[in-house]
Design a protein around this ligand. Structure first.
Ligand code: S3P
Length: 430
């Protein structure tokens, strides 16, 4: 049952948060551990609903997973070790599960169907259907675009030389994972960088040219064991980085946060805006680097975000829009049309939120123009989450700056990436 969460005005925001584990890395750690030939031990695996959907699908495919709290042992069975599932694989709300798993089951030739919830069933899958078909995989979707996806394969996997038409890490990963089943090398060409967890964790060969990166995969490549501790989620950290900076006396400490450069463009943007964020205990040697972050109340300046930067802060745009509301002047986000294809149309959801708050802004086809004011006080409102976790959390941080309580409808959807979000908000604002 959907319920509304109440957010009271916060006088302050202060404390140390134990963030959820990184969602993108959790999905990949589990999937790649299943492809490895023996057991991987993963610690700090995310308890959020999306990565748990990936685990449930792997179990349906016959992979044994032992969980002790957030520590997992996954008995990998190699690239071809999957059973044909009796029931459709339910990817829940998770685009990463559906798109990455399609590459794997398609490559492995597992006869199966992938389904998802209402939101996932409305998200385009054409972007993966076309390249997977070109690789010889039989993949069919509703209207040749949407889940349920029916996947099987009769012919050997054909190598593909694929220049990414959109800078999407899910699409890049899907093609590279299917490529792991081909005799000849599949190469994915990336001109605008997106998150690189797949390349890192699978240790795929990379050729760096002046204006492009070429990543390869084929069936001779050994899948490494996936035994490591997953850092905490930078995308979850971003909510507190903004909350800590827009509250005058804010002081928030975040521990073991993933600082992979392909994920942290929002940190650079916030620093450019004048946010006082310090980084301590950096560990850049780890396969996925991490550090502790400390943010204090700051005076923010406006900023412009352009297309090239969008993939490295795609999930942080909703909360960056909230930061922009409190900057001294006009900020702009352009080249972010992809936000219309997320769990909901995030540009339109943001417009609805800003309108309800009484903000001054303009929605564009590919972004937003936001007229900020450090003295802005959002009107009390009943915000709609559109069942989108990042919209719900952004609305909550916005509402914390109000002078009266507000509501976030369907607020429990934060469990998709951040179980415990509402408790953390309460703890920080008490
Ligand atoms: C993700 C990639 C991004 C991001 C999503 C997670 C991933 O999606 O928005 O939350 O783990 O690869 P796209 O690849 O569609 O941009």
């Amino acid at each position: 049952m959907s319920s509304a969460k109440e957010v009271k005005p916060a006088k302050n925001i202060k404390g140390t948060v134990e963030l959820p584990a990184d969602k993108s890395i959790s999905h990949r750690a589990a999937l790649f551990a299943a492809l490895h030939e023996s057991t991987s031990h993963i610690s700090n695996f995310s308890a959020a609903a999306d990565p748990q959907s990936t685990l449930a699908c792997l179990r349906q495919l016959g992979i044994e997973i032992e969980a002790k709290g957030q520590d997992l042992s996954i008995k990998g069975k190699g690239r071809y070790g999957f059973n044909e599932p009796e029931e459709p694989l339910d990817c829940g709300n998770s685009g990463t599960t559906m798109r990455l798993l399609s590459g794997i089951v398609g490559g492995a030739g597992v006869n199966c169907t992938l389904t998802g919830d209402e939101s996932l069933s409305a998200r385009t899958m054409k972007r993966i259907i076309d390249p997977l078909r070109a690789m010889g995989i039989d993949i069919y979707g509703r209207e040749d675009n949407f889940a349920p996806l029916k996947i099987s394969r009769k012919d050997p996997v054909k190598a593909l030389h694929f220049e990414l038409p959109i800078p999407s890490a899910q699409l890049k990963s899907c093609v590279l994972l299917a490529g792991l089943y081909g005799k000849n090398t599949t190469s994915v060409i990336e001109t605008i960088p997106s998150r690189d967890h797949t390349e890192r964790l699978l240790q795929l060969p990379i050729e760096l040219k002046k204006d492009r990166k070429i990543i390869g995969s084929d069936n001779s490549m050994v899948i490494p064991e996936q035994s490591y501790r997953i850092p905490n989620d930078f995308s979850a950290a971003a909510f507190w980085l903004v909350a800590g900076s827009i509250h005058k006396q804010g002081s928030v400490r975040l521990t073991d946060v993933g600082i992979n450069p392909s994920r942290t463009a929002a940190l650079k943007i916030l620093q450019k805006m004048g946010a006082e964020i310090s980084m301590v205990k950096e560990n850049r040697e780890a396969i996925e680097p991490f550090a502790n972050l400390h943010i204090t109340g700051s005076t923010l300046q406006p900023v412009t975000i352009t297309e090239k930067l969008v993939p490295n802060l795609i999930d942080e745009i909703p909360i960056l829009a909230i930061a922009m509301l409190f900057a001294e002047g006009t900020s702009t986000i352009r080249g972010a049309e992809e936000l219309r294809h997320k769990e909901t149309d995030r540009l339109s959801a943001l417009s609805d939120m800003l309108k309800k708050a009484g903000a001054s802004f303009k929605e564009m086809e590919d972004g937003l123009e936001i007229h900020g004011d450090p003295k802005f006080v959002p009107r009390p409102a009943s915000y709609n989450s559109y069942h989108d976790h990042r919209i719900a959390m952004s609305a909550a941080i916005l509402a914390s700056k109000g002078s009266e309580p507000s509501k976030v409808k369907g607020g429990e959807c934060t469990d998709i990436s951040y179980p415990g979000f509402w408790e953390d908000l309460k703890m920080l604002t008490n």
